[in-house]
Design a protein around this ligand. Structure first.
Ligand SMILES: NC(=O)c1ccc[n+]([C@@H]2O[C@H](COP(=O)([O-])OP(=O)(O)OC[C@H]3O[C@@H](n4cnc5c(N)ncnc54)[C@H](O)[C@@H]3O)[C@@H](O)[C@H]2O)c1
Length: 319
């Protein structure tokens, strides 16, 4: 895809992944409209320079997204309530932010005649997967978290719009991502706790959960590669590394990088929280066939994430 001169609307463009995607699109010559309500995004992450427009608004405000969609060629819909753990406290928020907001984006696209959309789903849709590494066509009859449920619903909306209205949709089921601008997830949780008390660390679950992670730059390069080379009306792709790391190993690396030796206290059980999938390793053959491969190891990504957190005090202030 030649992005030069294309006008791309990035929802969640002030967030971790959205801002990284916006930078990559701008570097390829696109014009970018960031649509964000700054609920979890940071002004410091916003792309700058010529070709950037900011719409500070909520996706639940249909008039605002309708207006922002005028003149747009392509949508990267990366805004969501991305916190898996907290969704049980406010299920309505999850439904609003992840399903209704997606519906508003799709309706705005339909009204403006925009048909191409990249969407960030999650590897959590597979729940407690029975096939590992998990391919895209693995069955997932039972949802274990509201977050994943909301993503399955959003995926359904996208594929229905592809069938019903001729949309082209690229749906990516990500593992957890790491790297610069990371502001939520296990590394920041452990980092915060260890800064407060370096002598001990409370760990959710038994420390044996095994999970694949991916660097955010490798994620964005995968999105762009897929848009370039996969041209079905509906393209569903897993995104992750080809190995996983145990939570205990991740903690050891975090502690070593921070120069601390905490005593570990386990919450117990085989998972961190209700809806947590203790084993996540996705089969990424589809993406790799397009010529994509990760460039950073999980370990490098963890260290880079910590470095970002240590050098970026404003992330700490939000926590
Ligand atoms: N980070 C991960 O590990 C991961 C893994 C799997 C999937 N995802 C998905 O990737 C996408 C991006 O996640 P992220 O990690 O960058 O999260 P993030 O919280 O850093 O970014 C989300 C952005 O969306 C904005 N936003 C949220 N609700 C909004 C609304 N109603 N209207 C306007 N803006 C709104 C926030 O302010 C924020 O800037 C999400 O869809 C998330 O579910 C993330």
């Amino acid at each position: 895809m030649d992005w030069r001169g294309k006008h791309v609307l990035v929802t969640g463009g002030a967030g971790f992944i959205g801002s990284t995607a916006a930078d990559a699109l701008l570097a390829r010559g696109a014009r970018v409209t960031v649509f964000d309500n700054f609920s979890t995004g940071f002004r410091e992450f916003l792309p700058t320079g010529e070709g950037v427009r900011l719409v500070e608004a909520d996706l639940l405000d249909a008039a605002k997204i309708n207006e922002a969609m005028r003149g747009v060629d392509f949508v990267f819909h990366l805004a969501a309530n991305a916190d898996i753990k907290d969704n049980l406290e406010e299920p309505r928020k999850c439904v609003d932010q992840n399903i209704l907001a997606t519906y508003n984006v799709l309706e705005a696209m339909r009204a403006a005649g925009v048909k191409d959309i990249v969407f960030s789903s999650t590897g959590s849709v597979y729940g407690d997967a029975t096939v590992i590494p998990t391919p895209e066509d693995a069955p997932f009859p039972v949802q274990t978290s509201l977050y994943a449920t909301s993503k399955v619903a959003a995926e359904g909306l996208l594929t229905s719009y592809a069938f019903g209205y001729g949309f082209h949709v690229w749906i990516f089921r990500f593992v957890s991502l790491l790297g610069p601008r990371y502001t939520h997830g296990h590394v920041v949780d452990f980092w915060r706790k260890l800064k407060r008390d370096p002598t001990r660390l409370h760990v959710l679950g038994d420390g044996k959960q095994q999970k694949s992670y991916l660097h955010v730059a490798d994620c964005v390069s995968a999105l762009l590669t897929a848009v370039d080379r996969a041209h079905e009306p509906i393209n569903v792709m897993n995104l992750g590394h080809d190995y996983w790391i145990e939570v205990d190993a991740s903690i050891a690396l975090i502690a070593r990088t921070m120069g601390v030796s905490p005593r570990l206290e386990y919450g117990g059980g085989d998972r961190g929280w209700v809806g947590d999938s203790p084993k996540i390793l996705l089969d990424t053959t589809r993406l790799r066939r397009l010529g994509w491969a990760p460039t950073k190891t999980i370990e490098e990504s963890i260290v880079e994430t910590l470095r970002f957190l240590m050098e970026t005090p404003y992330v700490e202030r939000r926590g």
